[in-house]
Design a protein around this ligand. Structure first.
Ligand code: AMP
Ligand code: MG
Length: 324
């Protein structure tokens, strides 16, 4: 593992441990009090804040001059999370780090590095797929690094990754991608599949109907002559990792007709870095690269087509004919 990413890697493991603690203590025990709703009606949990604080703490210690663009923030933590739960987040982080942590520490870490005009920006989704996390399905702890608006490195923890007991951690840097057990062990280099036979293909897509149009994705499979492919639905950016390592061949994320939703960069930065470094291809529905230089959203792109390099163009041929 590169020395450069090691502190981030450690923080992702710590964040995954914290998420699992919150899941056992609150979610499995059905204590809905640990879940709040943000202004855009997206759910947020104590674990989202704990995870982001741990990751930003690592960035503040190791890359103090870099900028950060992250999904959560201190103001919402103060406003949405009850005081005893704020204390609980500090305590959970303290348990993981084996040191004493205050609510003020958490608040400082949560906003670390934000609104800085630096060419290197860490893009953080502390829990991607919060709906999956709450429903005990898949979720990801996703950290991408942008250099002058381009995703150049990524680390993603995927505690629900099915092929490795205890989940996996994927990381990309310098055109190489590795996967290892979240519990520790040896890293394995990964590459996308080279499958092209429609009957052997595996597509992955969102579980949530409101996040992508299941019907349009079925239509595209038909247009591309790939209707005999299998389709698996799972939450979070883990879908990018599945294409990067060849467990799946295609990840489609196609907007529902008339949708004006702008994708958030933290939902894609780590995933794009991982797929591209592995040799897979990522584009929007027109075949253009995703433009991460437009602030916190992918304002210039519609949807995502992520695939192994042998079939990507065939899919874009289909998606570019659809009027989204
Ligand atoms: P997934 O689990 O792949 O469906 O993606 C989860 C992410 O979808 C969340 O982090 C949200 O930021 C994002 N999301 C929320 N609403 C929408 C929407 N209408 N269209 C696309 N993505 C959305
Ligand atoms: Mg997300």
């Amino acid at each position: 593992m590169s020395i450069f990413l090691t502190p981030i890697f450690t923080a992702v493991r710590q964040a995954a441990a914290l998420c699992q603690l919150v899941q056992q203590k609150y979610i499995v025990a059905d204590q809905q009090s640990s879940i709040a709703e943000k202004l855009d009606a997206e759910p947020v949990t104590l674990a989202d804040y704990g995870s982001q604080a741990l990751i930003c703490r690592a960035i503040s210690q190791t890359f103090p001059d870099d900028g950060v663009i992250a999904e959560e923030g201190a103001q919402q933590f103060r406003e949405l999370i009850l005081e005893p739960h704020q204390q609980e987040v500090a305590q959970l982080i303290g348990t993981i780090l084996q040191t004493s942590v205050t609510v003020e520490d958490v608040i400082t870490w949560l906003d670390y590095g934000q609104n800085r005009d630096e060419k290197r920006q860490w893009v953080i989704d502390p829990i991607d797929g919060t709906k999956g996390f709450i429903a005990l399905r898949n979720y990801a702890i996703a950290i991408g690094l942008l250099n002058q608006g381009k995703p150049v490195a990524g680390v993603m923890g995927t505690p629900g990754y099915a092929a490795i007991d205890g989940g996996a951690i994927f990381y990309a840097q310098d055109s190489k991608v590795y996967r290892e057990s979240l519990k520790g062990g040896t890293a394995q280099a990964i590459v996308p599949s080279q499958r092209t036979d429609p009957a052997s293909l595996i597509f992955v897509e969102s579980v949530e109907k409101s996040h992508a149009s299941h019907d349009t994705m079925a239509e595209v499979r038909e247009m591309a002559g790939m209707e005999s492919a299998q389709v698996h639905r799972l939450d979070s950016q883990e879908k990018y990792c599945l294409v990067a390592c060849g467990d799946a061949d295609v990840y489609l994320r196609l907007p529902r007709s008339g949708s004006t939703y702008q994708h958030r960069i933290w939902d894609h930065a780590a995933g794009v870095a991982i797929v591209e470094a592995a040799g897979g291809i990522v584009s929007d529905v027109d075949g253009s690269v995703l433009d991460f230089s437009q602030g916190s959203t992918l304002a210039r792109n519609k949807g995502m087509v992520v695939a192994n390099p042998l079939i990507h163009s065939k899919l874009v041929e289909a998606t570019s004919k659809i009027n989204f």
